[in-house]
Design a protein around this ligand. Structure first.
Ligand SMILES: Nc1nc2c(ncn2[C@@H]2O[C@H](COP(=O)(O)OP(=O)(O)O)[C@@H](O)[C@H]2O)c(=O)[nH]1
Ligand SMILES: [Mg+2]
Length: 173
């Protein structure tokens, strides 16, 4: 029985809000606003402060904090990562040009706190999505870091990712 704070990060449009909404036991506290910048061609709303959800998983409780993806809200990242126990970085498998941003986010969050993390190759259900090994290469992940495929719109898939995070947490040091 433990509680863990898990930060869910990733580039803009990688599926962070979807990931938390799919699995949360409580209605997600979301701070989505209409997009006013050139990103509005990609989707209508974006997270400006955070998404907050909670899920009970095998006796543990995970508190999920989703970060904003647009860099102009990056002041929230350090606030959200206070006392985090682990973080998850979502890569949009259909958007290889964003893979270097995934690597940058990992450096940034690892720098804030050296907690366990894993990389999710999200949107793996979409035809033409990058293969796992290409996501690993594009994000420059060494072989000791878990990179797993997922579909943020499917509860069973998000659950698999979180079980993996819990395993990392229980096995650490
Ligand atoms: N097909 C598919 N669509 C997804 C998946 N994850 C997210 N999406 C869609 O991708 C878009 C961006 O997701 P969102 O959660 O808003 O991204 P965020 O910017 O990281 O919070 C939304 O239209 C989602 O419904 C996935 O695994 N598969
Ligand atoms: Mg969002």
């Amino acid at each position: 029985m433990a509680s863990f704070k898990v930060v869910v990060t990733g580039p803009f449009n990688s599926g962070k809000t979807e990931f938390i909404k799919t699995i949360s036991d409580i209605p997600v506290v979301s701070t989505e606003k209409k997009i006013t910048t050139e990103d509005r061609g990609i989707k209508a709303v974006t997270t400006v402060a955070m998404d907050y959800g909670r899920v009970a998983l095998g006796g543990d409780t995970l508190y999920l904090y989703g970060t904003p993806g647009q860099a102009r809200f990056d002041f929230m990242w350090e606030i959200l990562s206070g006392e985090m126990n682990a973080f998850i970085v979502l890569a949009d498998s259909t958007d290889p040009p964003s893979f270097p941003d995934v690597a940058d986010l990992i450096s940034l969050f690892s720098g804030i706190s050296p907690v366990p993390y894993l990389v999710v190759a999200n949107k793996s259900d979409i035809a033409g999505a990058a293969r796992l090994q290409d996501v690993r290469r594009g994000t420059n992940m060494p072989s000791d870091i878990t990179v797993m495929p997922a579909v943020a719109t499917q509860k069973s898939s998000v659950r698999q990712v979180l079980l993996q995070v819990v395993e990392l947490l229980h096995n650490r040091g």
